[in-house]
Design a protein around this ligand. Structure first.
Ligand code: COA
Length: 381
């Protein structure tokens, strides 16, 4: 949408509606509330697939054979460790640091130790995509253990990414049902068109900078509360509400104060985010399984109030992922790093596309400052 500023210039605010890249990786159909990875509907993938299979799909453009999947699973599993220097770096981060800052710093540092650091070929970038996807859960889990005064739990070379991450985080084997719901969360967050963090990553890559630099840009962008950071704030709101019968009052007050209700609204979806539909089911199931249904019930009440007061704002992916992660016992400020773990496959898939068909991304700004001023010497100002 192009808007005319007070200076009468034409600025496309927020780049809304601008098509800035072609991608075969995902289709975000905002009108019909559909999300498709490489032709496959997200509902089918959430029901039948695994994060590893979806990662293969977005990187290579087709579903793997059993052999191809086993090879990728093996490759991911054996590259989970991070260099000792990175473990030390994570250990030296202040306990008060936001885990997204630690993740952003560690990913940037990983670039210095990557064996393919200076190789920007397709083959090297695919290897880096796999390595980053394998290493990032370890970074997140290590910081969680260290900041809470516990020893790190090193990754195993068995189990899928979801199981292994929960194992490294909690130090015990996860319940299989919980691990499966976590895997579904990873699938649902894998890829999402030209969202803000993917755009950042592509802008960085378009200068022919390296993949670690591009992913560092993406992590910084994902952190913001209007993007991935919303899931943390959703949980803060649910905690503030505390009981389902308070939801209406708290939400109405927020709307009256013109505050945003986190987890609602979307730039592209003008109907329900299909990921929220799936996560709602899992939030309820997990609530029953862990005897914490209250968080699902509060979420339902928030949704009801929003439907009455703001019928054009639907829940997005962050709304129900918040209660799901919380009920798994995951600390709230780790919700966005988990988003980054899963988006790693999508970011890197789109970077492969960017490098394959690169042109510098360099939009223009409209100058709206004063036209031509005469320089005034400093002693005359
Ligand atoms: N709660 C209350 N009002 C909201 C809202 C929300 N979650 N999201 C949008 N609005 C309102 C805005 O205040 C604005 O109202 P106004 O025109 O009266 O000022 C209007 O809807 C349009 O908002 P705008 O920010 O221009 O839309 P956008 O397309 O740029 O924003 C989001 C999209 C996602 C940034 C926005 O919906 C939002 O901030 N949501 C909450 C954060 C969130 O959940 N982010 C995760 C996205 S997956």
């Amino acid at each position: 949408m192009s808007s005319v500023t007070s200076d009468n210039s034409h600025v496309n605010s927020g780049l809304e509606g601008v098509v800035a890249a072609a991608t075969k990786t995902s289709l975000v159909d905002g009108k019909n509330g559909r999300l498709v990875y490489r032709g496959y509907d997200i509902d089918d993938l959430a029901d039948h697939s695994t994060y590893e299979e979806v990662a293969y799909l977005v990187w290579y453009g087709k579903l793997p054979t059993a052999k191809q999947l086993a090879e990728l699973e093996h490759s991911l599993a054996i590259q989970r460790e991070v260099p000792k220097e990175i473990e030390r770096l994570i250990g030296e981060a202040p306990d008060t640091a936001h885990p997204m800052d630690v993740l952003r710093t560690a990913v940037s540092a990983l670039g210095m130790y990557d064996p393919d650091a200076r190789d920007n070929s397709l083959e090297a970038n695919l290897r880096k995509a796999i390595r980053l996807t394998a290493q990032v859960p370890t970074v997140v889990a290590f910081f969680e253990r260290l900041r809470s005064g516990k020893q790190v739990v090193h990754p195993k070379q068995s189990g899928n990414l979801a199981q292994n991450f929960l194992y490294m985080l909690f130090g015990t084997e996860p319940d299989p049902e919980v691990a499966r719901i976590f895997d579904v969360c990873l699938i649902l967050h894998t890829e999402h068109g030209l969202n803000a963090s993917t755009f950042s990553a592509r802008v960085t890559a378009s200068t022919l900078s390296d993949m670690h630099s591009a992913i560092t840009s993406a992590i910084g962008t994902l952190k913001g509360p209007l993007h991935g950071g919303a899931n943390e704030q959703v949980m803060d709101t649910l905690l503030e509400i505390g009981e389902a019968d308070r939801a209406q009052d708290v939400i109405n007050q927020k709307l009256k104060n013109r505050e945003r209700v986190m987890g609602f609204g979307h730039r592209v979806y003008k109907t329900e985010d299909p990921r929220a539909t799936i996560l709602r089911r899992h939030s309820e199931a997990l609530g029953r399984q862990t005897d914490q249904l209250k968080w699902y019930e509060i979420s339902r009440e928030v949704e009801k109030t929003m439907r009455e007061d703001k019928p054009d704002l639907y829940p997005n992916v962050d709304f129900y992922s918040a209660s799901v992660y919380y009920m798994m016992g995951i600390p709230i400020d780790q919700f966005t790093p988990i988003f980054a773990i899963s988006r790693m496959a999508g970011w890197t898939a789109q970077l492969l596309e960017q490098y394959a068909n690169n042109r510098l991304i360099r939009p223009e700004s409209e100058y709206v400052g004063p036209p031509s001023l005469k320089y005034v010497p400093i002693d005359k100002r």
